[in-house]
Design a protein around this ligand. Sequence first.
Ligand SMILES: Cc1cc2nc3c(=O)[nH]c(=O)nc-3n(C[C@H](O)[C@H](O)[C@H](O)COP(=O)(O)OP(=O)(O)OC[C@H]3O[C@@H](n4cnc5c(N)ncnc54)[C@H](O)[C@@H]3O)c2cc1C
Length: 279
Amino acid sequence: MTDSFVVTVAGAEQLSPNLRRVTLTGPSLEGWESTGKADEFVHVHIPDAEPAEGWEDDHDIARHYTIRRWDPTHQRLDIDIVTHGHGRGASWARDCQVGDVVAVSDAHGYYEPPAGSTRRLLIADATGLPAVARILEEASPEETFDVLIELISMDDAIALPSPATVNLEWRVSGNGRGPSALVSCLDRLETPEGDTYVWVACESAQSRKARVFIRENWTRHHTLYRIVGYWHVDAEEQMRKWEALTDAQRDRYMEIWDESRPDEVNWEELEPYLQELGL
Ligand SMILES: Cc1cc2nc3c(=O)[nH]c(=O)nc-3n(C[C@H](O)[C@H](O)[C@H](O)COP(=O)(O)OP(=O)(O)OC[C@H]3O[C@@H](n4cnc5c(N)ncnc54)[C@H](O)[C@@H]3O)c2cc1C
């Protein structure tokens, strides 16, 4: 991601007790382009300062958020934010005022079902709910979705309109408030039919367990699943562990993560290496 677009807060509204929508707008968005992928996200530069080069990868100031809706006519971006606790992003979502200035990056997305397939399995915690909502909203009537979403509270079970056929299950667990049940839920599902596209977005450790489960039990080609870690339940501890690695260990990590390969192929090698490092 390279470009940055300075925008202002046009409004904020509470969608449910733990989900707040922030709408961003500004003439700079004339140059912002959607990828067309329904789980696309941007980095949001939180403080109201002009972003310096390289800010997108700086967790001190930037957070990833899904573009819930893009209105090119009025140049408005909606992002829906889980107000989970003490994070900079969550606090900003709670406190931001109309006119506050932030910057967003260009967009990137992962959701890419193979052409011709119509069955989908979506699994997410509260942070993946905005992407699920957009995926369902933009789906076609030919598609069938099985959807499992883990929430902080049943009061966060927002309406998810879709022209597709949707079998939806909500449950209250995980989300930093207790153990996640997403992986144990996978265990009780039937193996998805042949070309079902599986998309998972949730806490990072859970996403890695889900990937291992899916690879070991549902033997699928890497184009039939996309699993993304959205946040770390123990972010501070993870950072300490990362900083304690030797240069050689970090170099090996970088070597495995080969940008020319699909991410899920990189993960096949990365997961055992992370386990070896105790990460
Ligand atoms: C591709 C992508 C798309 C995403 N889309 C969205 C989105 O649309 N909406 C959304 O709300 N989030 C989304 N996220 C997740 C979001 O970026 C993280 O939750 C981020 O850490 C929030 O930043 P923060 O400043 O609030 O907390 P941080 O400063 O990152 O963390 C502070 C503390 O809060 C904990 N924490 C962080 N996130 C959560 C959480 N969700 N629940 C409980 N505890 C948490 C951390 O463990 C840490 O201890 C997305 C992430 C990715 C990678």
